[in-house]
Design a binder for this molecule. Structure first.
Ligand code: CO
Length: 248
C-alpha cells in the first residue's frame, strides 16, 4: 500500500531529512584515511542521539550498526567494523537513516578519500548524476518506470551498469514502504507517482558487471567482478509541479 503524506507530515519528514543530511555532512567532514568504519559509525550514532532522533538501521532486521559503510567493491550494507580501515584512494559509501518524531529520513553519499583513480572519480560523479536525472522527471503523474529508465540510461551511456538485486523504496513512518523504486526500467511503464508520495531513490552503480554477491555476514553486498561500486540516495517528496529533496 502506498501512503500519501499530508503537507504537515511532509514538514515533519523534512526535519528528519535535514538531520539525515547533517549526519552525512558530518561524516564527509570527518572521514580520513586511517579511520576505521566503526569510528565513523560512532560519530553518526552519537550525533543522531544528541539530536533527539534514533538511527533507523540499528536493530532493523537485526542489523548491528547505525550506518552502512561500503568501500570500493562493496555495493551496500557494509557493516562498520574495528577491522576495516579507510585507505587513501578508497571510495566510501555511507548510508544512514534517522527517525525523528516518528518520521524517517534515508540517504547515502559516496565519499572519495584522498587521491583516487579516474575511473572511481567518474563512477562517483555519474552515480550522483543518475539520481538527479531521475529527480528531474518527478512530478504528479510521472510513471515510475521513467525513474528507472533515467538512472539506467545515464549509467549505461557512461559505460557503467545498474544493480538489479536491490532497489529504492517508499518511505514515511516506515523505512521501507511501497512502492519499490528500481534503478532500471522502461519509460511510460509502472504506477504513476502522485503528489504526497515520498520515495527514496538510490542508484547503486557498478564500474563493471551489474551482478552482485551476498556476503556470508548476511548483509554485505559486493560486485561479482569485485570492481568498484558507488551509491547515492535521497529521500524525495513528490509535489504538484515537481518534487522536493528532503535530505539535501
Ligand atoms: Co534506502
Amino acid at each position: 500500500m502506498i501512503t500519501i503524506k499530508t503537507p504537515a507530515e511532509i514538514a515533519l519528514m523534512r526535519e528528519s531529512g535535514k538531520l539525515t543530511r547533517d549526519v552525512l555532512n558530518l561524516i564527509g567532514g570527518s572521514i580520513r584515511a586511517g579511520m576505521t568504519t566503526k569510528e565513523l559509525d560512532k560519530i553518526a550514532h552519537d550525533f543522531i542521539r544528541e539530536n533527539g532522533a534514533y538511527p533507523s538501521f540499528l536493530g532493523y532486521g537485526g542489523y548491528p550498526a547505525s550506518t552502512c559503510i561500503s568501500i570500493n567493491e562493496t555495493v551496500v550494507h557494509g557493516i562498520p567494523s574495528d577491522d576495516i580501515i579507510v585507505r587513501d584512494g578508497d571510495i566510501v559509501s555511507v548510508d544512514v537513516g534517522t527517525i525523528l518524531d516518528g518520521w524517517q529520513g534515508d540517504a547515502a553519499r559516496t565519499f572519495i578519500v584522498g587521491e583516487t583513480t579516474e575511473e572511481k572519480k567518474k563512477l562517483v560523479k555519474v552515480t550522483e548524476e543518475c539520481f538527479f536525472k531521475a529527480f528531474a522527471c518527478l512530478k504528479d503523474g510521472t510513471p515510475l518506470g521513467d525513474v528507472g529508465y533515467n538512472v539506467q540510461s545515464h549509467a549505461e551511456a557512461n559505460g557503467f551498469s545498474v544493480v538489479r538485486a536491490l532497489v529504492g523504496h517508499g518511505i514515511g513512518k516506515e523505512m521501507h514502504e511501497d512502492p519499490s523504486v528500481p534503478n532500471y526500467g522502461r519509460k511510460g511503464t509502472g504506477i504513476r507517482l502522485k503528489a504526497g508520495m515520498v520515495i527514496a531513490i538510490e542508484p547503486m552503480i557498478n564500474a563493471g558487471v551489474y551482478q552482485v554477491d551476498f556476503m556470508p555476514d548476511g548483509w554485505g553486498v559486493k560486485t561479482r567482478d569485485r570492481r568498484p561500486s558507488a551509491h547515492y540516495e535521497n529521500t524525495v517528496a513528490i509535489t504538484e509541479n515537481g518534487a522536493e529533496i528532503l535530505t539535501l
